[in-house]
Design a protein around this ligand. Structure first.
Ligand code: G6P
Ligand code: MN
Length: 441
């Protein structure tokens, strides 16, 4: 019989949770579970999703031991995997991260630029506390983290827990892109063998091999140049996401070498994007009025009806599938390829060893074994070094409580550049984040 595992899902009340629960059901023969616990600091939100989960599991996973809790001992004891997706400050703070910078003349975005900086400064505290709580109770558990901004969280955790080899940071955007390539090329994305380098939300696919070793990237780029780019799940996406994917065609026209991550649009076209963003109605508003309402309503309906048959709770199954498949690869030493964050250590030859890069890696029971990509061209090296300097200074600003480093970080960010703007944004964000940030002196 296959080994059965215990998993805790941190951020149980997230709108992404139902998708993950469905993925656990769908993949239960591949990653069998003994126990699943949902944990959240917000008990009200979590109860809605947790009660939905009870109905779902009664239908699809009756043998599973399931609870949801706000008790850390129940959540973190005797665990094999921690799936972590917390959002410190919730969507209310995401809205501020997006609106405050926009009101001061720079990009406001969840993970990029000044918004991502503010979110990073909030996430570091809670993520460090989480790892400490987990390690006190489950020293051997794998912590699979996709808390954002993942680049900053990964660097901060690496600084604070350098010996801990069982923390793995991952993002679903490379998978979303691979699925989108699959749709455009009319191929199964599971057959792709990608080469990718960069930082989180700041990377490029250089090659996309098929199962015979033939590189599909030239064909894909030609397709995008002629027809534009759209997400695999375009029919389920809000307008802002369709615009975001469409920007890939612009980036490829200007910089045809590699296939860019969608997030690069904010760094390459900050003025254009700024002009397009509405400071009174940002992505946070779109999410609060859309996905947030829909997911919670659907969960309540399922509970009232005592069945999940009539509800549709999953808005993007790539995310849930990816995280469950990652755990499966670790659990059963599958040596399957994923794009993950790791310390560089020569993998990109002309970047510093301590840069937290995002690369393709084989994943097995000892974690990632990443593939090196050699030297990268000057343009990409320059962009990455500037962006990583911003990320590293953000992390140091947090650890040292340094206002100067925070200002340096924001000044280096390509979405800001001007130090006077950086100071105005920083001061406004300090005011808005008093509850969450260390004091910056
Ligand atoms: C992608 C990114 C995540 C990000 C999410 C935001 O999945 O990889 O890091 O949090 O998009 O999506 P949303 O629909 O909330 O704007
Ligand atoms: Mn991401």
């Amino acid at each position: 019989m296959k080994k059965h595992f215990n998993i805790v899902l941190v951020g149980g009340g997230s709108t992404w949770t139902p998708g993950l629960l469905k993925a656990l059901c769908k993949l239960k023969a591949r990653l069998p579970l003994k126990k699943l616990v949902m944990f959240d600091v917000n008990s009200e939100r979590q109860a809605v999703i947790g009660d939905y989960a009870k109905v779902l599991f009664s239908e699809e996973y009756p043998e599973l031991e399931f609870t949801y809790t706000t008790d850390e001992d129940v959540a973190f004891s005797d665990m094999d995997f921690i799936f972590c997706q917390m959002r410190t400050g919730g969507y209310a703070m995401r809205e501020k991260d997006e609106k405050i910078p926009l009101s001061l003349g720079v990009i406001g975005q969840e993970t990029c630029g000044a918004g991502g900086f503010a979110y990073g400064m909030r996430s570091i505290r809670d993520m460090i506390a989480l790892v400490e709580k987990v390690r006190a109770r489950s020293p051997e558990a794998w912590i699979l983290n996709y808390t954002n901004p993942a680049a900053i969280v990964a660097d901060a955790l690496n600084k604070r827990f350098p010996q801990d080899k069982r923390i793995l940071n991952i993002c679903d955007q490379p998978v979303n892109l691979l699925r989108s390539y699959g749709r455009l090329l009319n191929r199964d994305p599971a057959t792709f063998d990608p080469v990718y380098f960069g930082l989180n939300h700041f990377g490029w696919f250089t090659h996309l091999y098929d199962e015979n070793g033939h590189d599909l990237a030239p064909e894909l780029k030609a397709y995008i140049a002629a027809n534009g780019f759209k997400p695999a799940d375009a029919e389920q996406r809000d307008l802002s996401w369709l615009d975001t994917y469409a920007a890939v065609a612009d980036m490829l026209r200007d910089f045809p070498d590699y296939l860019p991550n969608t997030y690069l649009q904010y760094y390459l076209y900050p003025e254009y994007k700024f002009a397009k963003l509405d400071p009174n109605f940002t992505r946070a508003n779109e999410v609060i009025n859309g996905r947030e309402k829909r997911v919670f309503e659907e969960c309540r309906t399922a509970v009232a009806e005592g069945t999940t048959r009539n509800v549709h709770v999953v808005h993007n199954d790539a995310h849930g599938d990816m995280i469950v498949e990652l755990a499966e690869a670790i659990a059963f030493n599958l040596k399957k390829k994923f794009i993950v964050m790791v310390p560089n250590n020569g993998l990109v030859e002309n970047l510093d060893d301590d840069v937290m890069v995002e690369l393709t890696a084989e994943i097995g029971c000892n974690g990632p074994r990443p593939y090196g990509v050699g030297k990268i061209p000057t343009f990409y090296k320059g962009l990455i070094e500037q962006q990583f300097a911003y990320e590293r200074l953000t992390v140091e600003a947090w650890f040292e409580g340094s206002y100067t480093k925070a200002l340096q970080a924001l000044t280096l960010n390509r979405t800001i550049i001007d130090a006077k703007k950086a100071r105005r944004v920083l001061d406004a964000l300090i005011e808005a984040n008093k509850e969450y940030w260390p004091e910056l002196r």
